[in-house]
Design a protein around this ligand. Structure first.
Ligand code: GUN
Length: 276
């Protein structure tokens, strides 16, 4: 059984990007916008700024009050769209309830949309055209590839259908010639479907939801979940100890998918900077 070390792979990617930026003579710049004071989001935003620093990129973090109006936020995005130092703009989700996420995300210049959430980029992914791709699913594919997990013809099951992870994940696996099934909260026979998966991606948001009896022996198990438990520790969406008994490959939490999300964000920012 192989534990896929996302932390180490992400470090290698950051170093590759640092060298590529130096060679190209550019300083990629990322602006992260955090609206409100959700503690989990604050941690993610801090980690994104740290990732930039580690790769030698320029980073700016805008922390806005929860009461920020739609007009104020759209004004800030419009300025960043014209800011030559900034190649990537990321609005951390979720946004406070009074702000319409789809409307805000559509205001970002699609060439600076390093999250790949703009309708133009989400549509490009569906059509298999080049465009920034959502960071978490892109990171999952990178982990599978770097761990040499066979993809062509594999039975891939994605549990979760969010716009951020589940849906783009399914499209990327399809691009890699997997046979893809997407499961969700209304799926019947979830256990049986998961048990058929050569590649199982858990993006549910419920701690230890995927139990050992849902895993096919030898499967690659990719755990996207980051759940804070009452005792303050982190747990993935997969029962890790039980899964280790069955899986051929597994990603730990923390240290699996999480660092790769940031590495792919840096990659998207680098590519945006190269486009100019
Ligand atoms: N919230 C949770 N994951 C993400 C992500 O990948 N991007 C943004 N912008 N917000 C998130």
């Amino acid at each position: 059984m192989t534990i896929i070390d996302g932390k180490q792979i992400a470090k290698e990617i950051r170093e590759e990007l640092r060298e590529a930026a130096e060679k190209a003579g550019i300083t990629p710049g990322l602006c992260v916008i955090l609206v409100g004071d959700d503690p989990a989001s604050a941690v993610y935003v801090r980690n994104k700024a740290r990732g930039c620093k580690d790769a030698g990129f320029y980073s700016r973090t805008l922390r806005l009050p929860a009461e920020t109006t739609k007009e104020e936020l759209l004004g800030i995005i419009a300025e960043l769209n014209n800011d030559k130092e900034i190649h990537g703009i990321l609005v951390q989700l979720p946004l406070p309830k009074h702000l319409d996420e789809a409307e805000i995300l559509s205001a970002i210049d699609p060439d600076k949309d390093v999250d790949g959430f703009h309708v133009r980029n989400a549509g490009a992914l569906m059509l298999g055209r080049p465009a920034p791709v959502a960071c978490t699913p892109q990171g999952c594919i990178e982990l599978l590839k770097r761990a040499n997990v066979p993809l062509t013809g594999a039975n891939a099951v994605v549990v979760g259908r969010s716009n951020i992870v589940g849906k783009p994940m399914a499209l990327l696996l399809l691009q890699e010639n997997c046979t893809v099934t997407v499961c969700h909260s209304r799926t019947k026979n979830l256990k049986e479907i998961c048990r058929e998966a050569d590649i199982l991606v858990a993006a549910i948001g419920k701690p230890r939801f995927i139990t050992g009896d849902m895993i096919k022996p030898g499967a690659a198990v990719i755990d996207v979940g980051i759940n804070r438990l009452d005792d303050g520790t982190l747990a993935g969406d997969v029962d890790y100890e039980a899964a280790c008994e069955k899986a051929g490959w597994i990603t730990p939490v923390p240290g699996g998918v999480g660092p790769m999300t940031i590495a792919m964000l840096l990659k998207n920012t680098f590519e945006a900077a190269c486009r100019g």
